[in-house]
Design a protein around this ligand. Structure first.
Ligand SMILES: [Zn+2]
Length: 374
């Protein structure tokens, strides 16, 4: 078994991008520190992502995920042993000297990967702080008009949260071969994402276009013709939140939705007045990593407790309410929310977790806008 150990370490330390290239996986486009495209197992268009910083992949549809060896197993349909052999060569008796050399090389690969990931992360946070510093007060701008359009009326929210700003002409960039290319420039809503220590670690951006029914810009990549998401986060969102009810506000109840609009809708609805209302940025951050292997585990909502980057509420919170949008896939969304709540309850003994659902097929923001009557 000893000789397979170094092969395992070596295979795990290989840059995942190199493995993608070795496997000849087609159609993946670079988006920031990710490669995004069709899943090698179940196809599609953009359901499959490879995180180059972390050396992991994930398919949103078939939920295949893992590192370099798992990627070989998925793409070539191999068992673990064959995949390891495909990556690191057959098991063989190595001289101690050769083994040391291989281990050294694997360790060097790992350090290079980690250093690059740390560099890219620091650069993304620096850019986020720059964008935030240039943001303007949102009152009387397209931000106010956009939120009104989404049912968050000025009389219900007389003062916009401090964590919201306005950017009159924010560039929207896509990653190209060498660097970034601006494909759109326009007004945007900025929201500060604060890490657990309260420091700004990322900025959430929503590009606005009040000529569109929902008020969000429709941005098309001129090269690929693909419609881009009108919301993007720059920086490090891990464990962070958009603190809509105020930076210093402390309460024993926290209500958290995925998006800014949903959470603001909950805030002005008057339910749990006095609670803290924080947006969780995205479902992945609220859920953290889950355990998905094994019989009946997929929808069980069990947290992977080794993930120490997922969101956990501050110690003052005794009741954590996750708002579940009814328009997402209900079983999986519930499993993800449960995973996050269970992690929070294990890390904060005494905390109670709860899911509040919007009616089927609607998110809370739609409810507020009266679509619940349809
Ligand atoms: Zn898939």
């Amino acid at each position: 078994m000893a000789e397979s150990d170094h092969r395992l370490a070596e295979a795990k330390a290989m840059p995942i991008e190199q493995v993608v290239n070795l496997l000849g996986i087609q159609g993946l486009a670079r988006a920031g520190h990710e490669l995004v495209g069709p899943c090698p197992a179940c196809g599609g268009r953009d359901r499959f992502g490879v995180n180059l910083r972390k050396g992991v992949f994930l398919c949103r549809r078939c939920e295949a995920k893992g590192g370099t060896i798992d990627l070989v197993m998925l793409t070539l349909g191999m068992e673990f042993k064959a995949a390891l052999e495909w990556l690191s060569g057959p098991s063989q008796e190595l001289s101690p000297e050769e083994r040391r050399k291989r281990e050294k090389r694997a360790e060097e690969n790992r350090l290079v990967n980690e250093a690059r990931a740390a560099r890219e992360r620091a650069e993304a946070i620096r850019m986020a702080r720059e964008i935030w510093a240039e943001g303007q007060p949102p009152e009387g701008t397209a931000v106010r008009a956009y939120l009104s359009r989404r049912g968050i009326a000025e009389n219900l929210l007389p003062a916009l949260p401090k964590c919201i700003r306005f950017a009159p002409a924010l560039p929207f960039t896509v990653k190209v071969d060498k660097g970034w290319e601006v494909i759109h420039c326009g007004p945007a809503m900025l929201a500060a994402v604060q890490g657990p220590n309260g420091v700004l670690s990322a900025v959430h951006r929503t590009w606005l276009d009040l000529d569109q029914p929902k008020g969000k810009a429709i941005i098309t990549d001129p090269k690929t013709g693909e419609i881009q998401p009108s919301k993007k986060v720059i920086g490090s969102k891990k464990g962070g939140a958009i603190r809509l009810s105020g930076h210093m506000h402390q309460a024993s109840v926290m209500v958290m939705g995925e998006g800014i609009e949903t959470t603001l809708s909950a805030m002005i609805s008057g339910v749990d007045a006095g609670a803290m209302f924080w947006a969780g940025v995205d479902l992945g951050n609220m859920a953290g990593r889950r355990r998905t292997r094994g019989e009946g585990v997929k929808f069980a909502g069990l947290p992977d407790l080794e993930d120490d980057e997922a969101f956990v509420p501050p110690p003052c919170v005794q009741r954590l309410v996750y708002v579940m949008d009814g328009d997402s896939e209900p079983r999986l969304t519930r499993a993800k929310l449960m995973s996050g709540l269970r992690r929070a309850m294990l890390k904060r003994p005494g905390l109670k977790g709860q899911i509040a659902s919007a009616p089927q097929g609607l998110d809370l923001n739609d409810v507020l806008m009266g679509k619940a009557n349809d």
